[in-house]
Design a protein around this ligand. Structure first.
Ligand code: ZN
Length: 159
């Protein structure tokens, strides 16, 4: 890093034109670094060919979970433990709305904010007149906000 804020990068191996160092401004260097950061939730190891996730012959090549477990037990020289076969495949469970609220908005509705006790659903009010009465008592509007008119496209303002 130079005093001016520029970054000098020494190459591991010089280019064919004998370039051994690269000079970037601070912003350029950060730009190059940011390009190396993978997007979130992307697998960093990708498999192709017969090891690709949807390859027709993948199941014949990749060992099953029980085999992997057995190999690990054998290699660690520990007493042999027979792996329990997965007789019942795990059913994917849908997330509950409380779980979704906690995950998306970081709102925990299962814990009381005053006493930290566990909250449970004791009733679901679906009758419109009762909902309006409760909202009116709390001083909250019982109608949705008006729909705003659509904005003109930004290009129209220049015409
Ligand atoms: Zn409480």
């Amino acid at each position: 890093m130079r005093a001016s804020g520029d970054v000098v990068l020494k190459l591991k191996h010089p280019y064919s034109d004998k370039t051994s160092h690269l000079l970037f401004s601070g912003l350029e260097f950060v730009e190059k670094l940011a390009a190396l950061v993978p997007p979130p939730r992307i697998h960093l190891t990708r498999f192709f060919g017969c090891l690709a996730p949807h390859s027709k012959i993948r199941s014949a090549i990749v060992p099953k979970k029980a085999e992997v477990y057995a190999c690990r037990v054998y290699s660690e020289q520990t007493p042999a433990v027979t792996p329990e076969p997965d007789s019942t495949p795990k059913k994917k469970r849908r997330m509950g709305w409380a779980e979704l609220l906690a995950r998306v908005f970081a709102i925990d509705i299962t814990t009381c904010p005053q006493c930290s006790g566990e909250l449970k659903v004791c009733a679901a009010i679906v009758e419109v007149s009762a909902i309006k009465k409760i909202l009116g008592h709390l001083g909250l509007p019982d109608k949705p906000p008006d729909i705003s008119p659509a904005r003109l496209p930004s290009q129209m303002s220049f015409v």
